[in-house]
Write a protein that binds this ligand. Structure first.
Ligand SMILES: CCCCCCCCCCCCCC(=O)SCCNC(=O)CCNC(=O)[C@H](O)C(C)(C)COP(=O)(O)OP(=O)(O)OC[C@H]1O[C@@H](n2cnc3c(N)ncnc32)[C@H](O)[C@@H]1OP(=O)(O)O
Length: 221
């Protein structure tokens, strides 16, 4: 085996330079975002009409890579409401989710965490998108493994929703294989209408259940 990267001689002209540090920000250099809620963040509140603990949450969109049933290669993740603002979910790693031979791809595992964390927002009747998501990969996850996910919202600050999740293997009480922290940002339905590709938006708008569910969350804060 060749030398590790750390021990390899540096090639001419490839010296690493630090980026200039500047206090100024612009769209190209947005301010650093934090996964730690500020001191004046508040506890999350479960919506009175949130589904009872144990209720399957279903898919928020049939073509969602995480929870939809319409995509053959999607995760088909099934989430259930938990106590407070928490959810549990299961995701079975399929051959189409491999990175290394026989092992789940890290990005796919992060998607499963993202989807589970995102479903927490439905318990608060809030529509939100992922702003920041940080994943730790602690154990390799083989194909055919069931990943048992457990997520909870920890704090809310304005439109920012802070949450964390773990994914266990070998059973719901097995060792933690992956864990994540996230900040979701609350948005209006217009976020999707204004930014999504026209054909999918039009199809979604023709689905009365899809629109009713999204709009109901906005008028029933
Ligand atoms: C037809 C209907 C269909 C409905 C379907 C529902 C589907 C649900 C889908 C779920 C799918 C599953 C999930 C997915 O996969 S969602 C897909 C992945 N995520 C995205 O595509 C989001 C892309 N980003 C954006 O659109 C914008 O940047 C957003 C909307 C996020 C903010 O831009 P906006 O201009 O609106 O907000 P603002 O700049 O005034 O900031 C407001 C506050 O937020 C803070 N902040 C901002 N960014 C970040 C960040 N990155 N980390 C931490 N914090 C951040 C910011 O500091 C400020 O804080 P403060 O200063 O107030 O303290």
């Amino acid at each position: 085996m060749g030398p590790s990267l750390a021990r390899r001689a540096r090639l001419p002209g490839t010296a690493v330079r630090s980026a200039a540090v500047s206090a100024a920000t612009s769209p190209e250099t947005p301010p650093e975002t934090s996964l730690v809620p500020p001191d004046d963040a508040v506890a999350p509140v479960r919506h009175p009409e949130a589904p009872a603990p144990g209720t399957p949450l279903g898919a928020h969109y049939d073509h969602c890579f995480g929870c939809g049933q319409a995509l053959p290669h999607g995760l088909h993740l099934q989430a259930h409401a938990g106590e407070g603002v928490s959810v549990t979910a299961e995701f079975t790693v399929k051959p189409q989710h491999q990175g290394a031979p026989g092992l789940a791809h890290g990005g796919v595992l992060t998607s499963a965490l993202d989807e589970t964390l995102g479903s927490l927002n439905w318990l608060m009747h809030s529509i939100a998108v992922t702003g920041r998501l940080e994943t730790d990969f602690l154990l390799p996850v083989p194909v055919d493994t069931v990943l048992h996910l457990d997520a909870r919202c920890t704090a809310v600050h304005g439109r920012k929703i802070y949450s964390d999740a773990v994914g266990r293997i070998g059973g719901p009480k097995g060792p933690i294989a992956v864990r994540a922290k996230a900040v979701f940002i609350e948005v209006k339905v217009e976020h999707f209408i204004d930014n999504g590709r026209k054909e999918e938006i039009e199809a979604a708008m023709e689905d009365p259940d899809q629109v009713r569910r999204a709009r109901a969350f906005e008028v029933n804060p």
